[in-house]
Design a protein. Structure first.
Length: 66
C-alpha cells in the first residue's frame, strides 16, 4: 500500500502540535488592519486552536507530519 501524499494546501494552513492538537491562523489579517487597536493587532498574530473535532481527523491525515 503506498503512502498518502501530503496535501500541500492544507499543510500550509494548519499546524499539528507535538500533543496532536491542530492550530490555525486567525482570520482577518490581510487588510484593513490600520484601524485596529494595538490589542487586536497583537492578538491576530498568534495561532488559535482548531476546535472542529469532525474535521480534525481529516486534517491530520492531510497534513501528515506527525
Amino acid at each position: 500500500m503506498p503512502k498518502i501524499k501530503t496535501h500541500k494546501a492544507t499543510a500550509k494552513r494548519f499546524i499539528v502540535t507535538k500533543t496532536k492538537k491542530i492550530k490555525k491562523r486567525k482570520c482577518g489579517q490581510d487588510h484593513f488592519n490600520a484601524r485596529e487597536d494595538g490589542n487586536t493587532k497583537r492578538n491576530k498574530r498568534r495561532k488559535v486552536d482548531f476546535s472542529n473535532a469532525a474535521d480534525a481527523k481529516n486534517i491530520k491525515s492531510f497534513v501528515n507530519n506527525f
